[in-house]
Design a protein. Structure first.
Length: 389
């Protein structure tokens, strides 16, 4: 068979077949996720809730995002917002929001400069110190939620032996082609990876879009202090909860992140940071992503196949399954309007993601929130090499 005489073609076909199998698994996991019941069952418990939200800087959507949290349909909660100093533009947004709605349960906490390690975890430590409740909910500043969000998340946290609840999320682009490609990849591909992991391996991690947990459980796992050296704080928080015997579950609730309007450089830095932190947190899983890049392997097979039937059919089937998997996740699970309108561009997003995946294996330097960080082989922050605004 001529295929065996062309190593490049053989490798491309084998990897395209592997990717096709992966896409089938994603489609199955999508079906399973959509048809399962919420973990909380019929529980109506609404324990007092402390929402901890570290802030740095203010994008155009911050006020709207905070308002969706402050107006939640929940009987007893406090919204603690951390800033490094009152000079941070985010503090001005919170003040403006408090002036418009003086009855909202908002409180700004000045956390001061980070002493060492992860600035977000430093703020969370300070916020936890000012909290009044044992049930915590942490999410990123760019998350927008629906009015019953707190109730649904806490209900699932009340299920037996559940120590953490995390959420899938869809991304809304801020503007420009590169922001659109990132939003497509986040909504259709990254959420598919999370679904597959939760179905096949269980959830031993958390996502920054939502992490609900009890402070008492985190203290048993070592507290925020043990997370401070790590950049991937959301992953580590969920992982530490599982190490003390608590279950982390993936909520039925899907939230939305609003991507800022950024340029190519900033988006690629953000994407590369994500890829490198995954590589350092889960090195074998990150290397295994080679079997999920079906678009590049299909195009390579078509490029070098010389019209052979088997490679052509394999590539076409793989690309078709890739589109089905992206649609299943982006449309049926996370309900992304971006995927519905621009889903055909997922193949272009795949090519960009493949390039960044390859680059992620070279070097441990990342840029995060204007800070240039160097990481060690375990994903701990080794040093800050420079700062920029």
């Amino acid at each position: 068979m001529e295929l065996l005489n062309k190593p490049t073609l053989l490798v491309a076909v084998v990897l395209a077949v592997c990717a096709s199998l992966y896409y089938l698994v994603v489609i199955c996991c999508t079906w399973r996720f959509r048809h399962r019941l919420p973990y909380g069952g019929s529980s109506t418990s609404t324990p007092p809730l402390s929402v901890l939200k570290p802030l740095r800087g203010a994008d155009p959507f911050l006020e709207t995002n905070l308002l969706t949290h402050a107006l939640q349909d929940y009987p007893d909660f406090e919204l603690l917002l951390g800033v490094e100093s009152l000079d941070d533009p985010a503090a001005e947004v919170v003040d403006r929001l408090s002036s418009k709605f003086p009855d909202l349960p908002l409180k700004t906490i000045v956390c001061g400069p980070t002493l060492a390690g992860n600035p977000k975890i430093w703020q969370l430590e300070r916020l936890a110190h000012h909290s009044h409740h044992d049930t915590f909910l942490v999410n990123d500043a760019d998350i927008v939620v629906e009015p019953n969000y707190f109730r649904e998340i806490v209900e699932e946290l009340e299920a037996p032996n559940v120590g953490g609840v995390t959420c899938l999320y869809r991304a809304r682009p801020g503007g420009g082609l590169v922001s659109l490609l990132e939003a497509l990849w986040v909504s259709a591909e990254f959420q598919g990876l999370v679904l597959t992991a939760s179905c096949t391996q269980g959830v031993s991690f958390a996502l920054g879009a939502t992490i609900a947990f009890r402070n008492s459980d985190l203290k048993e796992a070592g507290g925020f202090e043990v997370l401070r050296p790590f950049l991937a704080d959301d992953y580590q928080l969920g992982n530490h909860l599982t190490k003390v015997g608590r279950r982390v579950v993936l909520s039925r609730r899907v939230v939305e992140t609003v991507l800022p309007t950024t340029n190519w450089r900033e988006v690629l830095q953000h994407w590369l940071r994500w890829s490198r932190t995954v590589r350092l947190s889960r090195p074998r899983g990150h290397a295994g992503l080679i079997f999920t890049h079906g678009t590049i392997w299909s195009l390579l097979a078509l490029l070098v196949c010389d019209g052979q039937t088997v490679p052509v059919v394999t590539a076409i089937c793989c690309l078709a399954l890739r589109g089905m998997a992206a649609w299943s996740v982006g449309h049926f699970v996370v309900q992304s309007e971006t995927v519905r309108r621009y889903g055909y561009l997922i193949f272009l997003a795949d090519l960009l993601a493949f390039v960044l995946w390859c680059v992620s294996f070279f070097g441990n330097h990342v840029v995060w929130a204007g800070r240039h960080l160097s990481l060690d082989r375990l994903g701990r922050i080794r040093q800050t090499t420079s700062n920029s605004d």
